[in-house]
Design a binder for this molecule. Structure first.
Ligand SMILES: *[C@@H]1O[C@H](CO)[C@@H](O)[C@H](O)[C@H]1NC(C)=O
Ligand SMILES: *[C@@H]1O[C@H](CO)[C@@H](O)[C@H](O)[C@H]1NC(C)=O
Length: 141
């Protein structure tokens, strides 16, 4: 009887230790998840479109280099990754990439990222977006 009690008392510290180890593992685990790139659906349910002002969709978001933007758009539209000149003037500068598949994933570069629709009038009507991506959050490694 006495022996049995003593043995069960030994089990308790072992169980506490185990749950502490699990808690610690969970903590490490969630930190790894936090430092993974974020995937954003551009425009949320509206997509990359004229129904919303694309720049307003970026407000309040904290974009990091390496984050992924998913552009979903109708076939009359496209996504051009331009430089600042292209963005300011709503033109596709030499060397810019234009995507028109309707479903385009683009990883954010560090610093300035400029996106427009290649049609000047569509761009001017609001299908243009500037994102200044900061350094990715530190990973635990
Ligand atoms: C954008 O690219 C064009 C064509 O290469 C170039 O003439 C222009 O200076 C560039 N603008 C910026 C801000 O880098
Ligand atoms: C991007 O943000 C950095 C840090 O705040 C700033 O120094 C830089 O001028 C910004 N770039 C543009 C193009 O706004």
């Amino acid at each position: 009887m006495r022996k049995a009690i003593r043995r069960s008392l030994m089990v308790v510290p072992a169980a506490i230790l185990l749950s502490l180890m699990l808690l610690q593992f969970e903590g490490v685990h969630s930190r790894i998840i936090d430092s993974k790139p974020t995937t954003y659906m551009v425009g949320d349910d509206s997509g990359w479109d004229l129904v919303i002002d694309m720049q307003s969709w970026t407000r309040g978001k904290n974009f990091h280099a390496g984050d992924i933007l998913v552009f979903k758009y109708d076939e009359q539209f496209n996504v051009a990754v331009v430089n600042q000149t292209g963005y300011d003037s709503c033109t596709v500068n030499d060397g810019a990439k234009v995507y028109d598949s309707g479903n385009t994933e683009i990883q954010l570069a560090f610093g300035a990222n400029y996106f427009i629709d290649s049609a000047a009038d569509v761009c001017a009507a609001g299908m243009k977006m500037f994102i200044n991506a900061t350094a990715p959050p530190p990973s635990i490694y």
